[in-house]
Every structure is written in C-alpha cells, then in structure tokens.
Write a protein that binds this ligand. Structure first.
Ligand code: GN1
Ligand code: MG
Length: 355
C-alpha cells in the first residue's frame, strides 16, 4: 500500500488524499479507489505483461475520448472517461518497475455487477452509442494495441498449439472440451473473413463490452459513460454485440462450476439487443445486423478457447483464484455456447425485429 500511496501522490488530484482501497473485478489490471477531499479517483497499476506499451494505450484513449467529446458536444459532461495527468505532466507514472495511471472516478454513479433487463438495455444503449460516436474516427488512426485480439482463427491456432505442447500436462482431462471446440472450427473464421473481404466494415470497437464497463447514474439508473478503453481498436461490431451477450446474458457467472446452471437468458439478450440497436441507430449495415447472433456464438467459442489455452499453458495470462479456475471458466463458456446454438433461431428473431 505504501508504494501505491506514493504513486497516488504523483498525480494531479484535487485536495488531500483521504483513503485508498482496492476496487473493481478486472482480470488484468489492479485498480484502487482514491478518495480525496476534492473528489474520487481510480488509480490503476497497469498489467505490462498484457499491455507492454502502455504509452500507446494512453494515446488511443486520448484519441477516443477526444472523438467522444466532439460527437457529444455540450452533452459530454459525465459521459466521457477522464484521465488525470501527473503533476509533472504526462499520463503514466513508472515507479519501481511498475506503471500507474489515474482516471477520475465518476461520482454518484456505479458499474453494475449484475444484469437485469433494465441494466442490459442501458448497457446495450451505451455500447451502441459508443459505436455511433466512433463513426467520425478512422479506425486506422488507432494503434492495434493487442494485434489479433479478436482474430478468431488466430486464437484457434494458438489454442491448437497449446493442445499439442500440453505444457502443464492438462490436455487429457480437458479432452471433451477440446473436441467440442475443434468440431466447430469451420465457422470460426466468418467474421474475420468478412472484414478482410470488405463485406463487413472495419470499425472502432470497444472489445470488452461487459455491463461493468458502463457507468450508470445512481439516481436515474441511466447509462452515462463507457469505461475500460484499453482494448478499443479496429474491429467488427459483431464481436462487441456478442461479448455483451456472452458476459451479460448468461444465467450464471463466467466461472460457474455447475454447467447445468449456465444458460442464455432470452429476456436479457432481448434487452441488450434492443438497447444496442437503439444506440447504434442507423450505423449498422443490414448484413451486420443480420449477423449479430453469429458474433455471440463466435466470441463465446473464442473466449472458451482463450480460457482453455491459458489453462493448458499453466495459467500465465488471466488472474486465477484457485487451481483449475481457467478450466472451470472454459467449461462454463462451452455450456453457454451450447445454449446459444440451441437458441440461435430466437437470437435471429431478435435482431430481425423492427425497433
Ligand atoms: C479480460 O479483465 P477484463 O474484464 O478487462 C480480457 C477480455 C476477456 C475478459 C474475460 C485484455 O477483461 O478480453 O473477455 O477478461 N481482456 C484482455 O472476462 O485480455
Ligand atoms: Mg478489459
């Protein structure tokens, strides 16, 4: 904590620091809330193993938030993530080999940890609006922070390599999951192929569209601001839509150990979809809109591969709370994917409906 306190002091906060406490549930960075007499802040120790070039991440964040401010005009207040500079200037502090940054903590707002139909609709709305706000920013102006982040065929190759190498000696036990994934390898490349051929537009996408990456107003419960802009990159809107459903419309947590409890909640799926379509408005092309369910299926399988890859590699990427955590996560993703396959027709009906 002492190191954190020192780090916090380097940033240009308002007023005297009062309290520093851990917050958030991210799998990647460590986040702390700093309360000062003049307001609250989020101090983050950046995971430089995952983001080896945090300066490029911050350049992206500045471009993205500037674009949001342009799009929102005089409605930008409380609707755009605010970075806090160092007293000495700049946005990143390097201290004892660690890298820190700070954001303003939005007052009287919260990041929902649980989906309800109302939360889902606001989440969809926020990410749909985000897509629309990014219309004025050429995706090629952003650094591709994590190359191939949602290149599902590349994720498949990485997964196959992990299976072959079996570094941690865990492949045998995971065989049924491995087979489930490999049986579905054919359809995995559709979206990436669509981008490559130009049939699907390359857009500025968020790439981590969980409900807890949207801040809602405490009083009105309406969406204010999209956060966690680290993985905003050129990509396909289908993955953003799909990831909302994958994370937010499941009946269970991402690491539910009992597969029987994992299902796709159609009421939530419907609310996310309604919100997203309303927020994105006329931005989506008819083909994108029609293929939204494919986004949900593809990213859920991709996430299953990512968790299983990490399990096979000996848990080197995601934070884990117990041995086998990544295996549990992969199993739950596959159960969700199975439910999505079963309900594909219902998902297709959702995106076909007029607004
Ligand atoms: C990671 O920790 P968080 O919520 O920012 C991951 C996402 C995964 C997610 C799974 C940079 O996100 O891609 O979907 O975990 N982020 C990175 O919950 O890998
Ligand atoms: Mg994230």
């Amino acid at each position: 904590m002492e190191k954190l306190r020192l780090a916090a002091e380097a940033f240009a906060t308002q007023g005297e620091p009062l309290q520093l406490s851990p917050c958030g549930q991210g799998h990647i960075h460590d986040t702390y809330r700093l309360r000062c007499t003049g307001g609250s802040y989020a101090l983050q120790r950046v995971n430089t193993a995952v983001f080896p070039q945090p300066a490029l991440v911050m350049e992206n964040i500045v471009r993205i938030t500037e674009q949001q401010k342009r799009a929102l005009g005089d409605r930008a207040e409380r609707r755009v993530l605010e970075t806090v500079p160092l007293k000495a200037g700049g946005l990143l502090l390097w201290q004892d080999g660690a890298c820190y940054r700070m954001f303003r903590f939005l007052e009287n707002a919260y990041a929902p940890e649980r989906s309800t139909p109302a939360v889902a609709e606001e989440t969809g709305l926020a990410f749909g609006r985000f897509l629309r706000q990014m219309e004025g920013l050429d995706p090629r102006q952003l650094h591709e922070i994590l190359p191939g982040f949602h290149d599902t065929p590349l994720r498949l190759r990485t997964f196959q390599k992990a299976v072959e190498e079996d570094l941690a000696g865990r492949a045998e036990e995971a065989r049924p999951l491995i087979e489930y994934i490999l049986d579905r390898r054919e359809a995995m490349g559709c979206i990436v192929e669509g981008l490559r051929s130009g049939r699907l537009p390359l857009r500025v996408t968020h790439n981590d569209t969980k409900p807890n990456n949207v801040m809602l107003d405490e009083k009105t419960n309406q969406a204010l601001c999209v956060i966690d802009l680290d993985t905003v990159m050129p990509g396909s809107a289908l993955y953003d839509y799909g990831d909302m459903l994958r994370y937010g419309a499941s009946t269970a947590e991402e690491d539910e150990p009992d597969e029987a409890r994992v299902d796709l909640d159609m009421e939530l799926a419907s609310a996310f979809t309604r919100g997203y379509l309303r927020g994105a408005d006329a931005v989506l092309t008819p083909l994108e809109r029609r293929l939204l369910p494919l986004g949900a299926l593809t990213i859920t399988l991709e996430q299953a591969m990512r968790f299983l890859t990490d399990h096979l590699n000996g848990d080197v990427y995601y934070k884990t709370a117990y041995p086998g955590h990544n295996l549990v996560r992969a199993r739950a993703q596959i159960a969700l994917h199975r439910a999505m396959e079963t309900k594909r027709g219902q998902l297709e009906a959702l995106v076909g409906l007029p607004l």
